[in-house]
Design a protein around this ligand. Sequence first.
Ligand code: AMP
Ligand code: MG
Length: 425
Amino acid sequence: MAQLSDDCFAFGGPLLSVEAAEALIAARIPPLAGEESLPLLAALGRVLARDIRAPRPLPPFFNAAVDGYAFRHADLAPGERSFLGHDGRVAAGQAAGHPLRPGTAARIFTGAPMPPGADTVVMQEDAAAETAGLWVPPGLQPGANARPAGEDVAEGALALPSGRRLRVPEIALAAALGLAVLPVVPRVRVGVFSTGDELAAPGMPLGPAQTYDSNRFALLALLARLPVEATDLGILPDEAGATAAALRAAAGSHDLLLTSGGVSTGEEDHVRAAIEQGGRLVFWRLAVKPGRPAAMGVLPKAGGNFDQGGTPVVGLPGNPVAAIVTFLHLARPLVLRLAGGTAEPLARFPARAEFGYRKKAGRREYVRVRLEAGAPLPAARKFGREGAALLTSLTESDAFVELPEDMVAVAPGDTVQVLPFAALF
Ligand code: AMP
Ligand code: MG
Protein backbone atom coordinates (compact mmCIF):
# COMPACT_ATOMS: atom_id res chain seq x y z
CA MET A 1 0.00 0.00 0.00
CA ALA A 2 1.08 3.57 -0.61
CA GLN A 3 3.22 5.28 1.98
CA LEU A 4 2.49 8.74 3.29
CA SER A 5 5.21 11.05 1.92
CA ASP A 6 5.97 14.72 2.40
CA ASP A 7 4.41 15.71 -0.91
CA CYS A 8 1.16 13.86 -0.24
CA PHE A 9 -0.44 17.19 0.51
CA ALA A 10 0.84 19.00 -2.54
CA PHE A 11 -2.06 21.38 -2.33
CA GLY A 12 -3.84 23.00 0.57
CA GLY A 13 -3.62 26.50 1.92
CA PRO A 14 -3.34 28.26 5.21
CA LEU A 15 -7.13 28.63 5.69
CA LEU A 16 -9.12 25.63 4.60
CA SER A 17 -12.85 24.93 4.53
CA VAL A 18 -14.07 21.86 6.42
CA GLU A 19 -15.08 20.30 3.12
CA ALA A 20 -11.65 20.87 1.57
CA ALA A 21 -9.91 19.44 4.65
CA GLU A 22 -12.09 16.33 4.53
CA ALA A 23 -11.51 15.93 0.79
CA LEU A 24 -7.77 16.31 1.30
CA ILE A 25 -7.79 13.54 3.90
CA ALA A 26 -9.91 11.24 1.74
CA ALA A 27 -7.68 11.78 -1.30
CA ARG A 28 -4.23 11.85 0.26
CA ILE A 29 -4.11 9.55 3.27
CA PRO A 30 -3.28 5.95 2.37
CA PRO A 31 -4.79 3.19 4.52
CA LEU A 32 -2.47 1.28 6.84
CA ALA A 33 -1.01 -1.91 5.43
CA GLY A 34 -1.59 -5.37 6.89
CA GLU A 35 -4.43 -7.27 8.47
CA GLU A 36 -5.10 -9.47 11.47
CA SER A 37 -7.65 -12.19 12.20
CA LEU A 38 -9.83 -11.58 15.22
CA PRO A 39 -12.61 -13.52 16.95
CA LEU A 40 -15.99 -11.90 16.31
CA LEU A 41 -16.37 -9.94 19.51
CA ALA A 42 -12.79 -8.65 19.40
CA ALA A 43 -13.51 -7.41 15.86
CA LEU A 44 -16.35 -5.13 17.03
CA GLY A 45 -15.60 -1.55 15.93
CA ARG A 46 -12.74 -2.56 13.63
CA VAL A 47 -12.61 -2.21 9.84
CA LEU A 48 -12.93 -5.25 7.61
CA ALA A 49 -9.72 -5.88 5.63
CA ARG A 50 -11.25 -8.06 2.91
CA ASP A 51 -14.58 -8.74 1.22
CA ILE A 52 -16.61 -11.44 2.95
CA ARG A 53 -18.63 -13.66 0.63
CA ALA A 54 -21.30 -15.95 2.03
CA PRO A 55 -19.81 -19.46 2.40
CA ARG A 56 -23.41 -20.82 2.51
CA PRO A 57 -26.87 -19.40 1.98
CA LEU A 58 -28.60 -17.52 4.80
CA PRO A 59 -30.96 -18.93 5.90
CA PRO A 60 -29.31 -22.27 5.05
CA PHE A 61 -32.62 -24.02 4.16
CA PHE A 62 -36.27 -23.29 3.34
CA ASN A 63 -38.04 -22.84 6.70
CA ALA A 64 -41.18 -21.66 8.46
CA ALA A 65 -41.36 -18.00 9.58
CA VAL A 66 -44.18 -18.63 12.09
CA ASP A 67 -45.75 -21.39 14.17
CA GLY A 68 -48.57 -22.93 12.09
CA TYR A 69 -49.27 -25.44 9.34
CA ALA A 70 -47.24 -25.96 6.15
CA PHE A 71 -48.97 -26.99 2.91
CA ARG A 72 -48.86 -26.77 -0.87
CA HIS A 73 -50.57 -23.53 -2.00
CA ALA A 74 -51.93 -25.25 -5.13
CA ASP A 75 -54.00 -27.51 -2.82
CA LEU A 76 -56.16 -24.56 -1.66
CA ALA A 77 -59.56 -23.87 -3.20
CA PRO A 78 -59.20 -20.43 -4.84
CA GLY A 79 -61.10 -17.61 -3.06
CA GLU A 80 -62.70 -19.72 -0.31
CA ARG A 81 -61.65 -21.50 2.84
CA SER A 82 -60.04 -24.88 2.37
CA PHE A 83 -59.91 -28.06 4.44
CA LEU A 84 -56.57 -29.92 4.62
CA GLY A 85 -55.85 -33.22 6.37
CA HIS A 86 -53.16 -33.56 9.03
CA ASP A 87 -49.79 -34.94 7.87
CA GLY A 88 -46.90 -34.94 10.32
CA ARG A 89 -45.16 -32.45 12.60
CA VAL A 90 -41.78 -30.66 12.25
CA ALA A 91 -40.22 -28.72 15.13
CA ALA A 92 -37.14 -26.43 14.90
CA GLY A 93 -33.96 -28.49 14.69
CA GLN A 94 -35.72 -31.58 13.28
CA ALA A 95 -35.27 -32.99 9.79
CA ALA A 96 -37.88 -31.93 7.22
CA GLY A 97 -39.52 -35.37 7.16
CA HIS A 98 -41.39 -37.07 4.35
CA PRO A 99 -42.86 -35.32 1.27
CA LEU A 100 -46.25 -33.81 2.01
CA ARG A 101 -49.20 -35.89 0.72
CA PRO A 102 -51.60 -33.98 -1.57
CA GLY A 103 -54.39 -32.13 0.28
CA THR A 104 -52.65 -32.21 3.67
CA ALA A 105 -50.72 -29.87 5.99
CA ALA A 106 -47.87 -30.51 8.46
CA ARG A 107 -47.83 -28.94 11.91
CA ILE A 108 -44.72 -26.71 11.84
CA PHE A 109 -42.84 -24.34 14.16
CA THR A 110 -40.75 -21.22 13.50
CA GLY A 111 -37.34 -22.09 12.05
CA ALA A 112 -38.26 -25.70 11.23
CA PRO A 113 -37.47 -26.97 7.70
CA MET A 114 -40.46 -27.02 5.31
CA PRO A 115 -41.48 -30.59 4.39
CA PRO A 116 -40.74 -31.41 0.72
CA GLY A 117 -43.67 -30.22 -1.38
CA ALA A 118 -44.85 -27.53 1.08
CA ASP A 119 -44.43 -23.90 -0.01
CA THR A 120 -46.75 -21.87 2.27
CA VAL A 121 -47.53 -21.65 6.02
CA VAL A 122 -50.75 -20.53 7.69
CA MET A 123 -50.28 -19.01 11.16
CA GLN A 124 -51.72 -21.16 13.94
CA GLU A 125 -53.88 -18.20 15.03
CA ASP A 126 -55.48 -18.09 11.56
CA ALA A 127 -56.10 -21.84 11.17
CA ALA A 128 -59.06 -23.68 12.71
CA ALA A 129 -57.71 -27.09 13.65
CA GLU A 130 -60.01 -30.06 14.16
CA THR A 131 -59.33 -33.74 14.79
CA ALA A 132 -59.50 -34.69 11.10
CA GLY A 133 -57.70 -31.67 9.71
CA LEU A 134 -57.75 -27.86 9.62
CA TRP A 135 -59.50 -24.98 7.90
CA VAL A 136 -57.30 -22.47 6.07
CA PRO A 137 -58.85 -19.04 5.41
CA PRO A 138 -58.70 -17.62 1.87
CA GLY A 139 -56.29 -14.86 0.89
CA LEU A 140 -52.86 -16.41 1.65
CA GLN A 141 -50.28 -15.69 -1.06
CA PRO A 142 -48.09 -18.56 -2.32
CA GLY A 143 -44.92 -18.63 -0.19
CA ALA A 144 -46.55 -16.72 2.70
CA ASN A 145 -44.90 -17.14 6.13
CA ALA A 146 -42.02 -19.19 4.72
CA ARG A 147 -38.39 -18.15 4.27
CA PRO A 148 -36.51 -19.48 1.23
CA ALA A 149 -32.88 -20.58 1.57
CA GLY A 150 -30.62 -17.62 0.78
CA GLU A 151 -33.46 -15.08 1.21
CA ASP A 152 -31.15 -12.91 3.39
CA VAL A 153 -27.85 -13.66 1.63
CA ALA A 154 -27.37 -15.98 -1.35
CA GLU A 155 -24.45 -18.42 -1.26
CA GLY A 156 -21.35 -16.72 -2.69
CA ALA A 157 -22.88 -13.22 -2.53
CA LEU A 158 -20.90 -10.28 -1.11
CA ALA A 159 -22.14 -10.16 2.48
CA LEU A 160 -19.73 -7.56 3.93
CA PRO A 161 -17.42 -5.39 1.81
CA SER A 162 -13.81 -4.61 2.64
CA GLY A 163 -13.61 -1.23 4.40
CA ARG A 164 -16.88 -1.73 6.28
CA ARG A 165 -16.77 -0.85 9.98
CA LEU A 166 -17.92 -3.80 12.05
CA ARG A 167 -20.86 -2.63 14.12
CA VAL A 168 -23.38 -4.83 15.93
CA PRO A 169 -25.30 -5.80 12.74
CA GLU A 170 -22.09 -6.80 10.91
CA ILE A 171 -20.97 -8.99 13.84
CA ALA A 172 -24.41 -10.64 13.89
CA LEU A 173 -24.34 -11.28 10.13
CA ALA A 174 -20.84 -12.77 10.26
CA ALA A 175 -21.97 -15.09 13.07
CA ALA A 176 -25.10 -16.05 11.10
CA LEU A 177 -22.86 -17.03 8.20
CA GLY A 178 -20.92 -19.30 10.54
CA LEU A 179 -17.75 -17.22 10.64
CA ALA A 180 -15.89 -17.27 13.96
CA VAL A 181 -13.00 -14.95 13.00
CA LEU A 182 -12.79 -11.94 10.69
CA PRO A 183 -9.87 -10.31 8.84
CA VAL A 184 -9.53 -6.72 10.08
CA VAL A 185 -7.20 -3.77 9.52
CA PRO A 186 -4.69 -3.22 12.36
CA ARG A 187 -5.63 -0.60 14.95
CA VAL A 188 -4.48 2.91 14.14
CA ARG A 189 -1.80 3.90 16.67
CA VAL A 190 -2.69 7.40 17.83
CA GLY A 191 -0.57 9.44 20.24
CA VAL A 192 -2.30 12.23 22.17
CA PHE A 193 -0.51 15.24 23.70
CA SER A 194 -1.84 18.22 25.58
CA THR A 195 0.23 21.41 25.50
CA GLY A 196 0.45 24.27 27.93
CA ASP A 197 2.43 25.35 31.00
CA GLU A 198 -0.87 26.15 32.72
CA LEU A 199 -2.15 22.57 32.65
CA ALA A 200 -2.28 20.18 35.57
CA ALA A 201 -3.33 16.54 35.36
CA PRO A 202 -6.61 15.72 37.13
CA GLY A 203 -5.89 14.24 40.54
CA MET A 204 -2.83 16.46 41.04
CA PRO A 205 -2.82 19.62 43.17
CA LEU A 206 -3.70 22.78 41.22
CA GLY A 207 -1.09 25.58 41.24
CA PRO A 208 -2.14 29.24 41.48
CA ALA A 209 -2.23 29.87 37.69
CA GLN A 210 -3.15 26.38 36.65
CA THR A 211 -6.19 24.74 35.12
CA TYR A 212 -6.91 21.06 34.74
CA ASP A 213 -6.18 19.33 31.46
CA SER A 214 -9.51 18.19 30.05
CA ASN A 215 -8.67 17.88 26.35
CA ARG A 216 -6.47 14.83 26.72
CA PHE A 217 -9.36 12.99 28.35
CA ALA A 218 -11.91 14.26 25.86
CA LEU A 219 -9.71 13.20 22.93
CA LEU A 220 -8.85 9.81 24.41
CA ALA A 221 -12.55 9.25 25.12
CA LEU A 222 -13.47 10.23 21.54
CA LEU A 223 -10.80 7.84 20.26
CA ALA A 224 -12.19 5.02 22.38
CA ARG A 225 -15.12 4.85 19.93
CA LEU A 226 -12.79 4.38 16.95
CA PRO A 227 -10.58 1.47 15.77
CA VAL A 228 -7.57 2.90 17.55
CA GLU A 229 -4.79 1.98 19.95
CA ALA A 230 -4.41 5.30 21.73
CA THR A 231 -1.37 6.36 23.74
CA ASP A 232 -1.57 9.08 26.35
CA LEU A 233 1.61 11.10 25.78
CA GLY A 234 1.00 13.61 28.57
CA ILE A 235 1.40 17.37 28.68
CA LEU A 236 4.03 19.26 26.66
CA PRO A 237 5.51 22.48 28.08
CA ASP A 238 5.22 25.74 26.10
CA GLU A 239 8.76 25.46 24.81
CA ALA A 240 9.82 25.19 21.18
CA GLY A 241 12.63 22.66 21.52
CA ALA A 242 10.73 20.29 23.80
CA THR A 243 7.64 20.42 21.58
CA ALA A 244 9.60 19.70 18.39
CA ALA A 245 11.60 16.89 20.03
CA ALA A 246 8.53 15.20 21.51
CA LEU A 247 6.61 15.31 18.24
CA ARG A 248 9.58 14.04 16.25
CA ALA A 249 10.10 11.13 18.64
CA ALA A 250 6.42 10.17 18.74
CA ALA A 251 6.09 10.25 14.93
CA GLY A 252 8.26 7.16 14.67
CA SER A 253 5.98 4.92 16.71
CA HIS A 254 2.52 6.22 15.78
CA ASP A 255 0.29 6.39 12.73
CA LEU A 256 -1.27 9.68 13.82
CA LEU A 257 -0.42 12.35 16.39
CA LEU A 258 -2.96 14.65 18.03
CA THR A 259 -2.12 17.69 20.08
CA SER A 260 -4.37 20.33 21.57
CA GLY A 261 -3.49 23.95 22.26
CA GLY A 262 -0.47 25.88 21.10
CA VAL A 263 -1.58 26.32 17.48
CA SER A 264 -2.49 30.00 17.50
CA THR A 265 -0.03 32.68 16.48
CA GLY A 266 1.07 33.69 19.97
CA GLU A 267 4.71 33.43 20.92
CA GLU A 268 3.86 30.65 23.37
CA ASP A 269 2.25 28.56 20.61
CA HIS A 270 4.85 26.07 19.42
CA VAL A 271 2.98 23.22 17.76
CA ARG A 272 2.65 24.84 14.36
CA ALA A 273 6.31 25.84 14.28
CA ALA A 274 7.35 22.33 15.29
CA ILE A 275 5.40 20.83 12.39
CA GLU A 276 6.72 23.45 9.99
CA GLN A 277 10.33 22.94 11.01
CA GLY A 278 10.32 19.17 11.40
CA GLY A 279 8.10 18.25 8.47
CA ARG A 280 5.44 19.89 6.36
CA LEU A 281 2.53 22.08 7.40
CA VAL A 282 -0.55 21.60 5.25
CA PHE A 283 -2.87 24.17 6.78
CA TRP A 284 -3.18 25.86 10.11
CA ARG A 285 -6.61 27.40 10.14
CA LEU A 286 -9.88 25.60 9.57
CA ALA A 287 -12.88 27.70 8.57
CA VAL A 288 -14.99 26.46 11.47
CA LYS A 289 -16.32 27.93 14.71
CA PRO A 290 -15.68 26.90 17.40
CA GLY A 291 -12.30 25.83 16.08
CA ARG A 292 -10.32 28.02 13.77
CA PRO A 293 -6.70 27.54 14.80
CA ALA A 294 -6.31 23.88 13.85
CA ALA A 295 -3.13 22.77 12.15
CA MET A 296 -2.52 19.74 10.06
CA GLY A 297 0.77 18.50 8.74
CA VAL A 298 3.01 15.53 8.33
CA LEU A 299 6.22 14.62 10.17
CA PRO A 300 8.84 12.15 8.95
CA LYS A 301 8.61 8.70 10.56
CA ALA A 302 12.33 8.54 11.18
CA GLY A 303 15.71 10.11 10.44
CA GLY A 304 14.51 13.64 9.73
CA ASN A 305 13.44 12.86 6.15
CA PHE A 306 10.49 11.14 4.53
CA ASP A 307 12.39 8.12 3.20
CA GLN A 308 10.50 5.87 5.59
CA GLY A 309 7.18 7.67 5.15
CA GLY A 310 5.39 10.24 7.26
CA THR A 311 3.01 10.48 10.17
CA PRO A 312 0.11 12.93 9.97
CA VAL A 313 -0.15 15.39 12.84
CA VAL A 314 -3.25 17.31 13.81
CA GLY A 315 -2.86 20.32 16.07
CA LEU A 316 -6.31 20.85 17.58
CA PRO A 317 -7.23 24.12 19.29
CA GLY A 318 -6.86 24.44 23.04
CA ASN A 319 -10.35 25.59 23.93
CA PRO A 320 -12.21 22.44 25.00
CA VAL A 321 -15.32 22.79 22.81
CA ALA A 322 -13.21 23.78 19.80
CA ALA A 323 -10.95 20.76 20.36
CA ILE A 324 -13.96 18.41 20.26
CA VAL A 325 -15.56 20.05 17.20
CA THR A 326 -12.33 20.00 15.19
CA PHE A 327 -11.61 16.43 16.28
CA LEU A 328 -14.83 15.40 14.56
CA HIS A 329 -13.77 17.06 11.29
CA LEU A 330 -10.07 16.25 11.22
CA ALA A 331 -9.07 13.46 13.57
CA ARG A 332 -12.11 11.23 13.08
CA PRO A 333 -11.89 11.13 9.24
CA LEU A 334 -8.12 10.68 9.47
CA VAL A 335 -8.47 7.69 11.77
CA LEU A 336 -11.16 6.10 9.60
CA ARG A 337 -9.13 6.71 6.47
CA LEU A 338 -5.93 5.25 8.01
CA ALA A 339 -8.02 2.30 9.18
CA GLY A 340 -9.02 1.65 5.58
CA GLY A 341 -12.66 2.45 6.25
CA THR A 342 -15.11 3.77 3.71
CA ALA A 343 -16.29 7.32 4.35
CA GLU A 344 -18.76 7.54 7.22
CA PRO A 345 -20.37 10.96 6.92
CA LEU A 346 -21.76 12.38 10.16
CA ALA A 347 -25.54 11.97 10.22
CA ARG A 348 -27.54 15.22 10.01
CA PHE A 349 -31.27 15.65 10.58
CA PRO A 350 -33.61 18.60 10.04
CA ALA A 351 -34.97 20.50 13.05
CA ARG A 352 -36.79 23.77 13.68
CA ALA A 353 -34.58 26.55 15.12
CA GLU A 354 -36.10 28.06 18.27
CA PHE A 355 -33.47 30.82 18.24
CA GLY A 356 -32.13 33.70 16.21
CA TYR A 357 -28.41 33.81 15.36
CA ARG A 358 -26.04 35.84 13.21
CA LYS A 359 -22.77 34.58 11.78
CA LYS A 360 -19.99 35.50 9.40
CA ALA A 361 -20.10 34.09 5.89
CA GLY A 362 -17.21 31.86 4.86
CA ARG A 363 -17.02 29.57 7.86
CA ARG A 364 -19.10 26.74 9.21
CA GLU A 365 -20.49 27.19 12.69
CA TYR A 366 -21.74 24.77 15.31
CA VAL A 367 -24.37 25.96 17.78
CA ARG A 368 -25.07 23.83 20.83
CA VAL A 369 -28.74 23.02 21.28
CA ARG A 370 -31.16 20.85 23.18
CA LEU A 371 -33.62 18.91 21.06
CA GLU A 372 -37.27 18.67 22.03
CA ALA A 373 -40.00 16.65 20.39
CA GLY A 374 -42.05 18.71 17.95
CA ALA A 375 -44.13 18.41 14.81
CA PRO A 376 -43.49 18.35 11.96
CA LEU A 377 -39.85 18.76 13.08
CA PRO A 378 -38.12 18.50 16.47
CA ALA A 379 -37.34 21.85 18.09
CA ALA A 380 -33.69 22.94 18.59
CA ARG A 381 -33.34 25.23 21.62
CA LYS A 382 -30.00 27.04 21.88
CA PHE A 383 -27.82 26.82 24.98
CA GLY A 384 -27.63 30.28 26.56
CA ARG A 385 -23.88 30.93 26.22
CA GLU A 386 -21.54 30.32 23.32
CA GLY A 387 -17.90 30.33 24.49
CA ALA A 388 -15.52 27.77 23.02
CA ALA A 389 -14.21 27.14 26.54
CA LEU A 390 -17.59 26.34 28.12
CA LEU A 391 -17.81 22.61 28.69
CA THR A 392 -21.28 22.96 30.23
CA SER A 393 -22.48 24.11 26.81
CA LEU A 394 -21.89 20.48 25.81
CA THR A 395 -23.01 18.73 28.99
CA GLU A 396 -26.30 20.69 28.91
CA SER A 397 -26.92 20.19 25.19
CA ASP A 398 -27.64 17.13 23.10
CA ALA A 399 -26.90 18.21 19.53
CA PHE A 400 -24.99 20.67 17.34
CA VAL A 401 -26.85 22.80 14.85
CA GLU A 402 -24.64 23.03 11.78
CA LEU A 403 -24.74 26.38 9.99
CA PRO A 404 -23.17 26.21 6.53
CA GLU A 405 -20.49 28.58 5.21
CA ASP A 406 -22.80 30.69 3.05
CA MET A 407 -25.42 31.29 5.76
CA VAL A 408 -25.31 34.59 7.66
CA ALA A 409 -28.39 34.43 9.88
CA VAL A 410 -30.89 32.06 11.45
CA ALA A 411 -34.37 33.20 12.42
CA PRO A 412 -36.73 31.36 14.79
CA GLY A 413 -38.76 28.89 12.75
CA ASP A 414 -36.01 28.25 10.18
CA THR A 415 -35.23 24.65 9.32
CA VAL A 416 -31.66 23.81 10.33
CA GLN A 417 -29.54 20.66 10.25
CA VAL A 418 -28.62 19.02 13.56
CA LEU A 419 -25.98 16.47 14.51
CA PRO A 420 -27.17 14.58 17.60
CA PHE A 421 -24.39 13.97 20.13
CA ALA A 422 -25.54 10.34 20.42
CA ALA A 423 -24.11 9.71 16.95
CA LEU A 424 -20.86 11.58 17.68
CA PHE A 425 -19.71 10.69 21.19
P1 AMP B 1 -3.97 27.82 23.47
O1 AMP B 1 -4.46 27.60 22.07
O2 AMP B 1 -2.86 26.92 23.84
O3 AMP B 1 -3.66 29.26 23.70
O4 AMP B 1 -5.19 27.46 24.42
C1 AMP B 1 -6.42 28.13 24.38
C2 AMP B 1 -7.17 27.96 25.67
O5 AMP B 1 -7.45 26.60 25.85
C3 AMP B 1 -6.39 28.40 26.89
O6 AMP B 1 -7.28 28.99 27.80
C4 AMP B 1 -5.88 27.11 27.46
O7 AMP B 1 -5.66 27.15 28.83
C5 AMP B 1 -6.99 26.16 27.12
N1 AMP B 1 -6.49 24.80 27.00
C6 AMP B 1 -5.46 24.41 26.23
N2 AMP B 1 -5.24 23.10 26.36
C7 AMP B 1 -6.15 22.64 27.25
C8 AMP B 1 -6.42 21.36 27.79
N3 AMP B 1 -5.70 20.29 27.45
N4 AMP B 1 -7.43 21.24 28.68
C9 AMP B 1 -8.17 22.32 29.02
N5 AMP B 1 -7.95 23.55 28.52
C10 AMP B 1 -6.96 23.73 27.65
MG1 MG C 1 -1.42 27.00 25.21
